[in-house]
Design a protein around this ligand. Sequence first.
Ligand code: IMP
Length: 424
Amino acid sequence: MIGAQWGDEGKGKIVDLLTDRVSAVVRFQGGHNAGHTLVINGAKTVLHLVPSGILRAGVQCLLGNGVVVSPPALFAELDKLEGSAIDIAGRLMVSPACPLVLPSHVALDRAREARRGDHAIGTTCRGIGPAYEDKVGRRAVRVADLEDERALSERVRELLDLHNFMLERYYGEQPIDAARTLDELSVAGRRLLPMMGDVAEALRVARAAGHNVLFEGAQGSLLDIDHGTYPFVTSSNTMAAAAALGAGVGPGYIDSVLGVAKAYTTRVGGGPFPTELTDALGERLRSVGYEFGATTGRPRRCGWLDVVVLRRALLASSVNALCLTKLDVLDGLDTLRIAVAYRWRGKRLDYPPATAEALAGCEPVYEDLPGWQGATAGATRIEDLPAGARRYLERIETLLGVPIVIVSTGAERGHTIILSDTFV
Ligand code: IMP
């Protein structure tokens, strides 16, 4: 399951919903920059790093090698879950190859964003970008390194030498104390190492037993480091193919790809957003949809549904089924607009262009549809939707050529219309 827009599509709810059919949920990229909100019987839980399967008893939760792990963020989340009487013992497995997010990564992320000024990416300032840079730079400290204190000490000191050089000399910031980082890591190791395990092997076993497994994407397709609106992206691949690489299995493991999209579009942070509404209507979507970041609390930018962006997501992830969320937020609007193409320098584009500059210059080509006056909120059957809402869904299916299999009509687990089985 992947987000088909710029993140915040409501993936947490959908994962939670589907977990009654799976034995394991796997995160394969990103870190605690994600914010997955789940509402069950009125109680809200926000997860950042722990897979959204944790709220379903007995479901195994796996963090694949593609995830960057901040031990304090993980522990804070686990403590909170335990505080809500959720049994997590033995249910979480972390790959030994997960790179760790260190305090110096956070400091670098913040310093860079501050330096960029008006051109800031608008990151979550969780250290995610710098942590992935160190992974690719072959100098990351990984979960398995916590096993060997001596080697760990060497790695951390070497890495902090580099980080502190950048922090002090380039950014004019305070250095991060290496000894303190090491102490924190050795304490973290005691709690983290017992969770370490071979994620790929666990997945093989689940499959051999005939169980379903759900790969939980974080962020969204247009935040993908290669295929997104670069440089206003996150630092991992968010497309479906990353599920295989980021969990240690081959692409043949994946049978089906569910793309999750909101019935409109939102974006947090900087970067071009062709269908953005900066008027009262955008404000209405924000307040009705409660569009505030689950991780940072930042107000999300809101706009019309953008099929151009979705086309890219569907193509790059081989999406074969769609889930449309937050349909209820559009209740009561007179007219709805869908961007079906862009106009750029006199040309019609069906896909977003490669550069942020070009995307910023794109004018959406809109198709207008009549809205609906009745409520879709809380609906559980397609027959109960107003005719306008059904027409909206049908039009999206036609434009994208992919069936909508799930429609979400509210935050609660039960506020959902299931149109066909997601598992093949
Ligand atoms: P980073 O992932 O913290 O480096 O942030 C890079 C970009 O991705 C920024 O625009 C963030 O707002 C965005 N971003 C990161 N995680 C999420 C998420 O879970 N939902 C929505 N946007 C996100």
